[in-house]
Design a protein around this ligand. Structure first.
Ligand SMILES: O=C(O)CCC(=O)C(=O)O
Ligand SMILES: [Fe+2]
Length: 254
């Protein structure tokens, strides 16, 4: 299955009709860039629903299922207490909150997986660079664990309020929690909390996590977990996380 997938072209993996990433010169592409820029820069959050085709989505979920089975004992179950700075885990401040999730690191994702193929796709990188505009060019991260990773939020898991260090993250929504009120992505703008109940699996989210506090609400009773992939791009070819951050987020450095 993986071998056949690796031959598939990117435009068959994403919803090419809605998102013609390969037709750089088309009006539709230019319009998409314009509306996406506007949404990202004015709200901090760009949501592109149905970005993946149903077939890609179900293949990726199968890939993840196999990884979870193969690595069952070796997946990292992260549990951290932190302030709104995820790296600040040592203080005893009353604002400490806890976060927990299971993580599939980059080195646990097979090199021929669809997820990696999408991550390294030049047309996706070109598209994201055009929207971000902050940097002349984006590159996939070289980080062995954090370049691309999968978050699994099972019962009792959540990600508490925090801001990120990076100006943006790319999030592929792969499966929403089975209870529609759980595992919701929320963020604060001008003291208003925005709850994205509209997010659906198959969507792509670009979010300015440095500017806006955000969280994933607790998964309580859902039988099936919330699953998403974080795609890390940077303005240099050399991006790597520090050993400190790797240890904190992935429980190991290699
Ligand atoms: O898992 C998510 O949807 C959000 C992830 C996030 O905010 C983070 O990794 O900093
Ligand atoms: Fe974040």
């Amino acid at each position: 299955m993986f071998y056949r997938n690796s031959l598939r072209k990117i435009h068959t993996l994403i919803n090419h009709k809605l998102y013609p990433l390969n037709d750089h010169q088309s009006d539709k592409f230019n319009q998409l860039i314009t509306t996406s820029r506007e949404e990202f820069h004015s709200t901090g959050c760009l949501y592109l629903p149905n970005f993946l085709t149903q077939s890609t989505l179900s293949t990726i979920l199968h890939e993840i299922d196999s990884i979870v089975k193969d690595f069952s004992q070796n997946l990292f179950h992260s549990y951290v207490q932190h302030t709104d700075n995820l790296y600040n885990t040592s203080s005893n401040s009353p604002e400490m909150e806890s976060s927990s999730k299971t993580i599939i690191a980059y080195d646990q994702i097979p090199s021929n997986s669809l997820l990696r193929k999408i991550y390294s796709s030049n047309s996706l990188i070109h598209f994201l660079t055009q929207i971000i505009q902050i940097y002349p060019q984006l590159y996939p991260s070289c980080d062995k664990l954090g370049a691309l990773y999968v978050n699994i939020y099972r019962q009792a898991n959540r990600l508490s309020w925090h801001t990120d260090h990076s100006h943006f993250f790319i999030n592929l929504l792969l499966q929403q929690a089975s209870d529609p009120d759980e595992g919701i992505f929320e963020y604060k703008t001008d003291k208003k909390i925005i709850s994205r109940h509209d997010f659906q699996s198959g969507g792509l989210v670009m979010f300015n996590g440095r500017k806006y506090l955000h969280r994933v609400t607790k998964v309580c009773t859902s039988k099936s977990p919330r699953i998403n992939a974080i795609l890390t791009y940077d303005c240099t070819r050399e991006h790597q996380l520090s050993e400190y951050v790797l240890q904190k987020f992935f429980g190991r450095t290699t």
